[in-house]
Design a protein around this ligand. Structure first.
Ligand SMILES: Cc1cc2nc3c(=O)[nH]c(=O)nc-3n(C[C@H](O)[C@H](O)[C@H](O)COP(=O)(O)OP(=O)(O)OC[C@H]3O[C@@H](n4cnc5c(N)ncnc54)[C@H](O)[C@@H]3O)c2cc1C
Length: 326
């Protein structure tokens, strides 16, 4: 990627005095990996996100928008442009209608909705990251998914340079997918519709899900959550290679989705290490930074896992983690 010129940097800094220069992305990713962002700007409002994008475009500065970096692998070379972090963490709850700014933490919103007597978003309590990131990637767990609760999304349409509201149907949600992954649309806020319900039961549900996470996922280590999407299938014949050797859990067959972690485990790849990156020994779909890992280590390990799963099981794993600066 071309270096920004001093003139580009100075002009952007003139428009946004709080922008930081040469900011390490280690500080802004859960994996604690990545080179320098040439410019780093925290946009405290939706208007500031739009203004920063329009300014970057007018100065021909590459730009990207991130939430809290919990699903992000940043290149060792960093990003020659401006990283815009959503920092608007406001929310409104009116009856069963909820509106959350893109920068609001998913976990905070989950607790706030339960405190307001609402149910349906308890699963969000344990998902790191922001509502913008969760909407972008249709985040979900324990049977809940953004697509089940989102009613509409306010975005900035970069091509037409205007704000638009998309209805649920217009968001084209799919498993860990949405139109926001495929078009230059920046999420400014997301509206959810929940239900009134039993708050005591909802709090209990959150505690149970937190306990399950503690049992099944590595704790206190640097990761980006699941590296790969689970494998979705329509035709059971693709599973022949698996079934010959192992019983596939009934829940996965019913859901038509084979857990990527289960596949990794089946091939005995837990604990596999390249450089300072390791496949977690607790959860086969968690790739860990053991301390000082480089993006190259993660890429090499992820490619190795994909190759093994393809060659031995005939399954192509797709990335869930998002890449920046490659
Ligand atoms: C320990 C751990 C556990 C996890 N568990 C789960 C889980 O149970 N379920 C699950 O689904 N995920 C899980 N994840 C992954 C992660 O939490 C989610 O993907 C989360 O929603 C990402 O949000 P973020 O704000 O951190 O996004 P980031 O990592 O900052 O960004 C991810 C992508 O979203 C884009 N993006 C972010 N904000 C916007 C915006 N406003 N507009 C447009 N694009 C945007 C970015 O450009 C990037 O491509 C886990 C991660 C970790 C570290």
């Amino acid at each position: 990627m071309n270096q920004l010129t001093n003139q580009q940097v100075e002009r952007f800094k003139g428009a946004f005095p709080s922008v930081k220069e040469n900011e390490s992305m280690v500080a802004h990713t859960y994996l604690k990996i990545g080179g320098l962002a040439r410019l780093y700007f925290i946009a405290e409002t939706g208007d500031a996100v739009v203004h920063a994008i329009e300014t970057a475009l007018s100065m021909q500065i590459p730009w990207t928008v991130i939430g809290s970096g919990s699903n992000l692998l940043v290149s060792d070379d960093g990003f020659q442009g401006v990283v815009i972090q959503t920092g608007d963490r406001t929310q409104k709850i009116n009856g069963v209608s909820v509106s959350a700014a893109a920068g609001l933490f998913t976990g905070s919103l989950a607790y706030a909705t339960v405190d307001a007597g609402l149910i349906g978003f308890e699963w969000g309590a344990g998902v790191p990251g922001t509502i913008g990131g969760a909407t972008y990637g249709d985040a979900g767990c324990f049977g809940g998914e953004m697509q089940n609760v989102v009613s509409s999304v306010d975005v900035y349409d970069v091509i037409n340079q205007k704000r638009v509201t998309f209805s649920h149907a217009e968001c084209h949600f799919g498993y860990r997918d949405s139109r926001f992954k495929h078009e230059p649309l920046i999420i400014l806020s997301t509206a959810l519709t929940l239900k009134m319900g039993d708050v005591v039961a909802a709090r209990l549900k959150i505690s149970e899900m937190t306990a399950k996470r503690k049992d099944s996922q590595p704790q206190g280590l640097f990761s980006a959550g699941c590296l790969f999407k689970n494998f979705e299938f329509t035709d059971v014949s693709v599973l022949e290679k698996l079934q010959r050797e192992d019983e596939i859990p009934e829940t996965m067959i019913k859901a038509k989705r084979i857990s990527a972690g289960w596949l990794v485990d089946k091939l005995g790849l837990k604990g596999k290490t390249i450089g300072k990156a390791q496949v977690s020994s607790i959860h086969g779909n968690f790739l860990l930074n053991l301390g000082g890992a480089r993006a190259q280590d993660v890429l090499a390990l992820s490619s190795y896992v994909k190759m093994k799963v393809r060659d031995e099981l005939g399954i192509l794993l797709e990335d869930e983690v998002q890449y920046l600066g490659f």
